[in-house]
Design a protein around this ligand. Structure first.
Ligand SMILES: *Cc1c(COP(=O)(O)O)cnc(C)c1O
Length: 224
């Protein structure tokens, strides 16, 4: 099937209020342009260096979501243009995003990434760590970041009951933080979960933002 058909099938499959991030990591610009020409405007990358290389070569009105582990010293390179950083997993990173956003006279939307999978390899806060950060004075001083919700990755498994359980956990975390810390803040509304293999389940469990690579572009050559 063509990339365009893949995209159209996915768009047909997801409700209008769920945002689609086309995950273009490892994909060359000509394929990204194909997806762009089919109407897609939001793309996701997980490596700063790769994003920095691609961004100037691609249309200006692409909204770039950063979805990978982000080193503090790379924030300055993506801060001028990134639309959302979905993978905030520590206060130090959030402080640096705030600093670089300020330098660029902008506010950057951020999601708090939670560790919901069984694997140790995935990054993210647990509930207590996020509470500690949000209650800190340092957090209250960050005026150039906007926390718009939560993000998580399920365990890499065929066991869809397990995956569903983890998505439920993320939705519960969202509700907890919404009720206890962001109840007056209407922008806190995103639950980013769901990839090619599990986005239907994620949507059933309340996803507002799915991140889909393989089901649009086909298999990646390298495993990430
Ligand atoms: C690669 C990646 C995706 C997309 O994965 P697919 O299985 O190709 O859809 C989604 N989220 C993150 C954080 C990723 O790194």
């Amino acid at each position: 099937m063509s990339i365009k058909k893949n995209l159209q099938n996915i768009i047909k499959n997801i409700p209008e209020n769920v945002r689609l991030v086309a995950v273009s990591k490892t994909m060359p610009n000509d394929l990204i342009n194909e997806v762009y020409d089919a109407g897609q405007r939001i793309f996701g990358e997980n490596k700063a260096q790769e994003l920095i290389a691609k961004q100037p070569e691609l249309p200006d009105n692409i909204k770039w979501h950063f979805i990978g582990h982000l080193q503090t010293n790379k924030v300055k390179y993506i801060a001028p243009f990134v639309s959302m950083i979905e993978s905030v997993d520590r206060l130090k990173l959030l402080k640096e995003i705030n600093k670089q956003a300020k330098k660029n006279e902008r506010t950057i939307d951020c999601l708090l990434q939670f560790h919901i999978a069984e694997e140790d390899s995935k990054f993210g806060f647990n509930k207590e760590e996020a509470v500690e950060m949000i209650e800190s004075e340092a957090f209250s001083l960050l005026n150039n970041v906007r926390i718009t919700g939560v993000m998580g990755m399920a365990t890499f498994t065929e066991d869809m009951d397990q995956v569903r359980k983890e998505f439920k956990t993320l939705k519960e975390l969202f509700k907890f933080f919404k009720e206890n810390y962001f109840s007056d803040f209407t922008d806190f509304k995103e639950v980013s979960m769901g990839m090619s293999a599990d986005y239907n389940i994620a949507i059933e469990e309340g996803s507002t933002n799915v991140r889909i690579g393989t089901a649009i572009f086909g298999e990646r050559k390298k495993k990430f």
